[in-house]
Design a protein around this ligand. Structure first.
Ligand SMILES: Nc1nc2c(ncn2[C@@H]2O[C@H](COP(=O)(O)OP(=O)(O)OP(=O)(O)O)[C@@H](O)[C@H]2O)c(=O)[nH]1
Ligand SMILES: [Mg+2]
Length: 193
């Protein structure tokens, strides 16, 4: 898939604010700071379409981006960073869960996991939910530039075994810095939608 135009569409925290549209939506999920906003920028060839942050919790609302007037990329707030207060955590849950549980336009989920780390309890909960939802998904191992090439396969295997991802599901090593994995991911999105 080739993306010609990507534009910010709208910010939402509750369903009444979601765009009224029949475009299929691709949502980016994962822990805070894993690189969800960064991958969105890389896939669309835009430096700062989605806001990227050095500290976890950068994205606090749901942001919809119009991709060539045929689909939306949806940047979601991340889950599970330690410093989050109970109150904030429940607001994440409400905002993100409402979207994931109710949005009929949601046709594909891109789940990001930091290639360096073993999946957390929250990652396991998320992955289980994705499986139960039957929504098509891709697993992306982000920040692949942070480890040596020779270590990539080993780290992918840790993710696979911890999340019990079956061998027929591809885990794509990805880097927003080197753009490794970009074409693969775009092809899968293009084929599915
Ligand atoms: N080296 C490297 N750094 C990355 C990569 N992707 C993201 N980062 C950095 O990781 C930090 C977090 O990136 P974001 O894209 O804001 O992460 P996020 O998942 O959107 O975070 P929240 O919005 O807080 O949920 C930023 O400092 C990015 O520059 C990558 O592929 N390689
Ligand atoms: Mg973000």
């Amino acid at each position: 898939m080739i993306i010609k135009n990507a534009d910010f569409e709208i910010t939402a925290v509750n369903p009444a604010q979601y765009p009224v549209s029949e475009f299929p939506e691709v949502a980016f999920v994962g822990r805070s700071n894993v690189g969800k906003s960064s991958i969105l920028n890389t896939l669309t060839n835009r430096k700062s379409l989605a806001r990227v942050g050095g500290t976890p919790g950068m994205t606090k609302t749901i942001n919809f981006f119009n991709i060539d007037d045929r689909m939306f990329f949806v940047d979601l707030p991340g889950y599970g960073y330690a410093s989050v207060s109970k109150e904030k955590k429940s607001s994440w849950e409400t905002v993100v869960e409402k979207y994931l549980f109710t949005r009929v336009n949601l046709k594909m989920i891109i789940m990001l996991l930091d290639i360096r780390h073993s999946p957390t309890k929250d990652d396991k909960t998320m992955y289980k939910w994705i499986l139960d939802s039957k929504i098509p998904y891709i697993i992306v191992a982000s920040k692949a530039d942070k480890i040596s090439k020779g270590q990539i396969l080993k780290h992918i295997q840790v993710i696979r075994s911890e999340l019990q991802i079956s061998p027929d599901i591809k885990i794509i090593p990805f880097s927003s810095q080197t753009r490794q994995g970009k074409e693969d991911i775009l092809d899968i999105i293009g084929t599915l939608l």
